[in-house]
Design a protein around this ligand. Structure first.
Ligand SMILES: [Zn+2]
Length: 281
């Protein structure tokens, strides 16, 4: 089983949160509550053992400060190297930092990063629909056949820290700008999958995958069955958003439903295997 959506932070940041929130607006916005949840790589691995999760994709969070971005990227890459294959590293990019942003992205890919993300452009203060801003990063990913994970926002509903404005209309524009890239849209793409009922949108979104991270905070449990009516099971990824939510809350929800074994295999590991080219390793 592969959890495609988890976040880890170095103990140095967790223990000195105030110092680091002064540097980075993403960190400040996401962890303003006193009871915020954090996880180190070690704690994540313990949780994975508890829930029989074999591998987890560890993502950045869309840092706005390039120094913090590099610091966490190093932690993600090192943790993955020390994890005996349990952790799959995805590193953050900061396109606002024009020149050194690209150098950092290349550095991470050359150090073993398996993709970029989670992109959080509202915090990071760039326009994801600006093709020129995204192009250098998408070219790197295309060359290495690696995906991008983008935090997606529902255009309606309750507000929550980090919700943002990366709504389905903006996502479609970006995806259409880069038809050769694989996209993983977090949190069901902010509902974008519904529009795959429109034939032209479905054609544009051929290389798009949706993760179900944080589902219980956003949607009724029926979302899985609804999504499986609209989408092929090859487009849905199991992801939790740990430590925000325990992976078992997602798997408990999925297992309550009558989803056939083929779809479960796709969602729990096969799609992740394909996106990450794991079968070739
Ligand atoms: Zn997210």
């Amino acid at each position: 089983m592969i959890d495609f959506h988890t976040h880890i932070l170095p103990l140095e940041i967790i223990n000195n949160l105030e110092k680091y929130t002064e540097k980075d607006t993403t960190l400040k916005s996401l962890f303003q509550k006193p009871n915020s949840k954090f996880s180190t790589a070690e704690f994540l691995c313990e949780k994975m053992n508890e829930h029989q999760i074999n591998q987890s994709v560890v993502l950045g969070m869309g840092w706005s400060d390039s120094g913090l971005n590099s610091f966490v990227n190093d932690y993600i890459l090192d943790s993955a190297k020390n994890s005996l294959g349990k952790l799959i590293p995805f590193t953050g990019i900061n396109p606002t930092d024009v020149k050194s942003g690209i150098n950092e992205a290349i550095r991470c890919i050359e150090s073993g990063s398996k993709g970029f993300g989670e992109i959080h452009c509202d915090f990071q203060n760039f326009n994801i629909t600006d093709k020129n801003i995204m192009a250098p990063y998408m070219e790197i990913l295309e060359d290495y056949k690696l995906p991008i994970v983008i935090h997606a926002s529902e255009p309606v509903g309750h507000m929550y820290p980090g919700k943002g404005l990366t709504t389905p209309n903006k996502l479609v524009k970006t995806i259409e700008d880069f038809p050769n890239n694989n996209f993983v849209l977090s949190h069901w793409g902010g509902g974008l999958f519904f529009y795959e009922l429109m034939p032209e949108i479905s054609r544009s979104l051929k290389k798009v995958y949706y993760d179900c991270s944080a589902s219980p905070f956003l949607y009724d449990n029926k979302i899985y069955e609804v999504a499986l009516k609209i989408l092929d099971s090859t487009k849905i990824l199991f992801g939790s958003d740990f430590p925000l939510i325990d992976p078992s809350r997602i798997t408990d929800d999925i297992e309550k439903l009558s989803i056939d074994q083929k779809a479960l295999d796709d969602i729990y590991w096969k799609n992740a295997f394909n996106i990450l080219n794991l079968s070739n390793e």
